[in-house]
Design a protein around this ligand. Sequence first.
Ligand SMILES: Nc1ncnc2c1ncn2[C@@H]1O[C@H](COP(=O)(O)OP(=O)(O)O)[C@@H](O)[C@H]1O
Ligand SMILES: Nc1ccn([C@H]2C[C@H](O)[C@@H](COP(=O)(O)O)O2)c(=O)n1
Length: 266
Amino acid sequence: RGAGTGTGSSLTAAGCNRATELCDGGRLIQSRARSSWQRGNSTTVKLVQNGGDNKAVICIEGNIASGKTTCLEYFNKTGNIQVFTEPVHKWRNVRGHNPLALMYQDPERWGITLQTYVQLTMLDRHLSSISSPVRMMERSIFSAKYIFVENLFRSGKMPEVDYAVLSEWFDWITTNICIPVDLIVYLQTSPHTCHERLKQRCREEEKVIPLEYLVSIHQLYEDWLIKRTSFPLPAPVLVIPADHDLQKMLHKYEENREKILAASYH
Ligand SMILES: Nc1ncnc2c1ncn2[C@@H]1O[C@H](COP(=O)(O)OP(=O)(O)O)[C@@H](O)[C@H]1O
Ligand SMILES: Nc1ccn([C@H]2C[C@H](O)[C@@H](COP(=O)(O)O)O2)c(=O)n1
């Protein structure tokens, strides 16, 4: 597994956490999973979905309004790839409630509510069955924790007890359930570009987002995926500079198609 490097983008290796034993499909069952990137070369017992189905998992990461959905829509139209956008519709409507809006209105009170639900829905996305050989996801359970929960906590908008409870949940999930990721594609933008695109998209809940919020999210992404000083990487990272106009970005996606899909040649 892996890919090379090329003009305007770079790829560097981290580990991988693929399950090594196969079992029957559609259910979470216990199996031996190798998790060398986290635990040296020890073999641990983890829950795996679909027998660790061996499909490639590619996560598209980037700041708010960096162009992730647009990228996924492009690959959705052009290949045998099953695409999963973030379940934002669920975050805006859970049994008639809108935790996304509540979080932006009062993060101290509702940050934990939204992020608990994000963690659940992202886990569900990771574990859902697919028929295509490649799963391409918008973000991951890892960025939900390492970027968004972290940002709420570090900015003083999440009480320590809420952060502790979310961290316990995250640690339990990632210790006990196999969540394979083969490649992270990082759409690297300036916060200013995202602010412009955010205003253009005009999602009601996000009208309160200031540029500084996007600067904080950007910094956390850079620390995680570029400087590698904050949290473990679940997979190698392919960086695609993404400040360009739409036409140029579509061209860049095409240019990087082989590198991205190389994640599936394992
Ligand atoms: N390369 C680009 N240049 C200009 N606008 C873009 C570009 N890519 C996406 N957009 C627009 O920016 C907004 C945010 O893009 P989107 O794909 O929804 O971002 P994300 O999923 O990362 O939040 C949308 O209105 C989209 O049409
Ligand atoms: N863990 C998360 C993930 C996303 N959000 C917010 C950020 C945006 O307002 C919205 C969707 O993000 P996008 O796909 O547009 O980048 O959800 C969050 O608060 N916590």
